[in-house]
Ligand binder design. Structure first.
Ligand code: RNT
Ligand code: ZN
Length: 415
């Protein structure tokens, strides 16, 4: 049954030449890759007590952290039930599910098979990440670019087995698995061997990515960064490094919204980068003063990202992943709110009269462009979002609050 607010909203959007039903069905087809690590503060299941390391840090001690794969899957099931649409899970290699204690350079598909079974049952795609941090051989914040060949070989082997696992996940689920490489490598103080370090990283990546896989199963991505805590003076895998690498080697380029100078507009990069790489991976995040990985809001930065994806017709070749972790609030609420905010931004973008605005811009009528883009902010997006959620039996407003709180209460005694 169509609610009157929605019927009215459809009329209003139709008056702008926008097809609301088309926007809703397009939104329903956009998978978001939900990151497993928001569920347990990037700890994983290797039995290591150390925090995440590598300059990434979850802060807070809110009750309810998932301690086992079963708890994490239960939390994820709840979160997906409160997110409209069908989505993916982005797994890190340190989230293996096994009684064994394999070394990172000896991980096998079977250590992750329970995740694949679960994903198959629930209809989720899987993405994957080798874990190059929170490990004794990464304590110096040097992995693939380490001056010691033995250390580099260990991490190359880790990256290789992760690609094999990811390719098998993609094959098993009939949907390509994006395997994203992020390494913490860098120097706290000013190095004298930037060139050599970057040559070592490049050579290691080449060896790691040597084995060819079917793109229907595996898509390799590389993630750049400006700086991290502990590597303030030099990050080996900088934006220029990976942008060039991705272009030359044909990998995806991962743009993390927290990995640039705070005044840079990450949305602006999409149209430029997409002229040189076939596909993009996004780590949608909210940096506050640094790469703080706050839960994403429905704010101007996220809206600009969504607009560029829609206006530049980039949805078909962009993989939208999330990357935030806040341990001061309910972890399941963080997942649900962050993912829904990405979807809300996409919905707003899909409801814009793009052709009309682009015509106005082509005529250099910048006054009209400003008047309209500001007036369009007042359109009834909320009524369309509510309808989208209602059709998928997902709560909004006060009932969402009640749902999130009830689940949090049910996990609060984990310790
Ligand atoms: C770190 C990168 C990276 C990690 C995850 C856990 O700064 O953003 O993507 O957050 O791999
Ligand atoms: Zn990231």
């Amino acid at each position: 049954m169509t609610r009157p607010e929605f019927a009215r909203a459809c009329e209003i959007f139709a008056d702008w030449g926008v097809d609301t039903e088309a926007a809703i069905s397009r939104l329903g087809e956009i998978p978001i890759s939900v990151h497993c690590w928001q569920g347990d503060d990037v700890v994983g299941f290797e039995g290591l007590t150390a925090g995440s390391g590598g300059g990434i840090q979850a802060t807070g001690n809110f009750p309810g952290r998932a301690r086992t794969p079963d708890e994490l899957r239960a939390d994820l099931d709840f979160a997906y039930d409160n997110i409209p649409g069908r989505h993916r899970l982005n797994l890190h290699a340190c989230y293996l599910d096994t009684d064994e204690t394999p070394s990172r350079d000896a991980l096998e598909y079977r250590h992750f098979e329970s995740w694949v079974d679960w994903a198959k049952e629930k209809g989720h795609g899987l993405d994957f990440n080798p874990t190059f941090f929170a490990h004794p051989l990464a304590d110096d914040n040097l992995t693939l670019s380490h001056p010691d060949a033995g250390v580099r070989d260990f991490w190359i082997a880790h990256g290789k087995c992760c690609r094999e696992i990811a390719a098998r996940m993609g094959a098993a689920l009939g949907s390509p698995c994006v395997d994203n490489v992020w390494v913490p490598d860098g120097y706290k103080d000013i190095p004298v061997g930037r060139m050599a370090a970057r040559e070592r990283l490049e050579a290691s990546l080449d060896l790691m990515l040597d084995t060819p896989y079917d793109k229907a199963h595996l898509l390799d991505a590389v993630e750049s960064k400006l700086f991290g805590i502990g590597v303030e003076a030099c990050t080996i895998g900088s934006h220029e490094f990976y942008y060039g690498y991705a272009i030359r080697k044909g990998t995806l380029l991962c743009l993390d919204m927290g990995h640039f100078h705070p005044t840079e507009n990450i949305a602006d990069k999409l149209s430029s980068v997409s002229l040189s790489v076939d596909e993009i991976l996004l780590h949608v995040s909210r940096p506050m003063r640094w790469d703080s990985d706050h839960v994403i809001l429905l704010n101007d930065d996220i809206q600009a990202m969504a607009n560029e994806l829609v206006f530049g017709d980039l949805l078909g070749r962009t993989h939208i992943g999330l990357d935030f972790f806040d341990a001061t609030i309910s972890r399941t609420a963080a997942w649900v709110i962050g993912t829904r905010n990405m979807q809300k931004a996409l919905l707003r973008a899909l409801l814009q009269p793009v052709a009309q605005l682009q015509d106005i811009e082509a005529a250099l009528n910048f006054s009209d462009r400003l008047i309209l883009t500001e007036e369009l902010k007042d359109l009834p997006y909320g009524a369309v979002w509510d309808e989208f959620c209602a059709r998928q039996d997902v709560p909004t407003g006060k009932s969402l609050l009640a749902d999130l709180n009830a689940y949090q209460a049910s996990v609060a005694d984990r310790n």
